[in-house]
Design a protein around this ligand. Structure first.
Ligand SMILES: *Cc1c(COP(=O)(O)O)cnc(C)c1O
Length: 389
């Protein structure tokens, strides 16, 4: 990558993405289950367009993203497969754009349906939709009465095709009882719909955690993002796939200095050297997603205790909770407060190393700014004809 002259860049291993796809397909087995590849949030940081191209070449025909703008980006890049939006649209203008670009929408309220009904009837353009029902996540959803009313109205509008109905699991990685309860509720809803004579062909409720844990819940399609991105969802699973992380964030050392025992490092002097060291500066900071955590209300007392323990142990520089970077395959600790655009790494005082040495940095993939170059490699080679497959 030397030739590119970049300060920092992301290497994406296309073979790893394909490996993860094969692992998921293997898990789905011979059943007639459609794979909806979820590539929201820029394909979890890997680049939505190149990942979509790679998956399309491997036969994936259905994608999902959260927002209209994400779907339009895929269309502009020439992706012609089905694309499902996972969040509702809220204006006629947005629905018109979805119709013009053959994007499949999710309907989560009666208001949205009315807009669609009007626009399609007025323009004579057709739209494919999936209905969303809430079985316990508390985010979006129609109730059974609304679903039946929409089915009735849609059966009189030739321009509307209700292709699917789905729900989303709240706790599939941790709580089997709640997951089964959500699933039963979803089955009751879909059974009620067919008993009234309406046929919605594509029923789906499975995310990555469900794919790992509950084969009985695959139904007609699964919506998988996390597994394709090379990670197992948080939680304990009996089934583990052989996934590969396609993502490496790299930078180079821009400064090296020898420092003494007792010297301070960084703002607020949060770290003091216990022994002499070589201190390397890397041009990566919290603006790049380094040392950022998603702060949330803890899920329970145990979770809270974990957070507190981690914070305390970090304060005392416990090895396991120190952020480390990798140089020539070895780990070295990041010291002091991470700066906005830089960080300090403690190296042994006599390490034979020079400015310009490559460093692998553990950043939060989805928090990395999109203007950082991604370099796509396949079979260890830089792909010809530019940086993307
Ligand atoms: C993000 C998302 C998924 C994918 O979930 P993973 O656990 O990442 O596989 C599926 N469905 C919906 C509605 C989502 O928002």
């Amino acid at each position: 990558m030397e030739a590119l002259g970049l300060e920092k860049w992301i290497e994406i291993d296309v073979d790893a993405v394909i490996n993860n796809l094969y692992q998921v397909q293997d898990r789905l087995g011979e059943r007639q289950v459609k794979l909806i590849a979820v590539i929201k949030a820029d394909a979890y940081g890997h680049g939505a367009v190149p990942v979509a191209r790679c998956l399309s070449r491997e036969g994936v025909e259905f994608f999902a993203v959260s927002f209209l703008e994400e779907a339009l980006e895929l269309r502009r890049a020439g992706i012609q497969s089905d694309i499902l939006l996972l969040t509702p649209l809220i204006s006629p203008h947005q629905f018109s754009a979805a119709i013009a670009n053959h994007i499949t929408v999710t309907v989560t309220s009666f208001l949205e349906y009315e807009m669609i009904d009007r626009i399609t009837a007025e323009t004579g353009h057709s739209l494919t939709m999936h209905l969303k029902t809430d079985t316990g996540l508390g985010r979006f959803g129609l109730n059974l009465d609304e679903i039946l009313e929409i089915c009735r109205l849609a059966s009189r509008n030739a321009f509307i095709y209700i292709e699917g109905i789905y729900t989303h699991m709240a706790e599939a990685a941790f709580n089997p009882a709640y997951t089964h309860k959500q699933f039963r509720q979803f089955e009751e809803i879909t059974a009620a719909i067919s008993s009234r004579g309406f046929d919605i062909p594509c029923k789906h409720c499975a995310n990555s955690a469900v794919v790992l844990n509950y084969p009985k819940m695959y139904l007609n399609a699964v919506r998988v993002g996390t597994l394709l991105s090379g990670q197992h969802p948080a939680g304990k699973f009996q089934t583990r796939l052989k996934l590969k992380d396609p993502f490496i964030f790299k930078t180079r050392i821009i400064s090296l200095r020898n420092m003494e025992e007792g010297d301070y490092l960084g703002y607020n002097r949060t770290h003091r050297l216990k022994k002499p060291a070589r201190i390397a500066v890397i041009p990566v900071g919290f603006e790049d997603g380094l040392a950022l955590d998603v702060v949330n209300k803890p899920a329970g007392p145990v979770d809270m205790l974990k957070h507190v323990t981690k914070t305390v142990l970090r304060y005392f520089n416990a090895d396991r909770f120190t952020i480390t970077v990798k140089i020539r395959g070895r780990e070295y600790p990041v010291r002091g407060k991470v700066f906005m655009q830089m960080a300090l790494v403690e190296l042994p005082p006599h390490l034979d190393i020079a400015v310009g040495e490559e460093v692998e940095v553990p950043v939060r993939k989805v928090l990395v700014p999109r203007n950082i170059s991604r370099v796509y490699t396949q079979k260890q080679k830089l792909l010809p004809g530019g940086q993307e497959p």
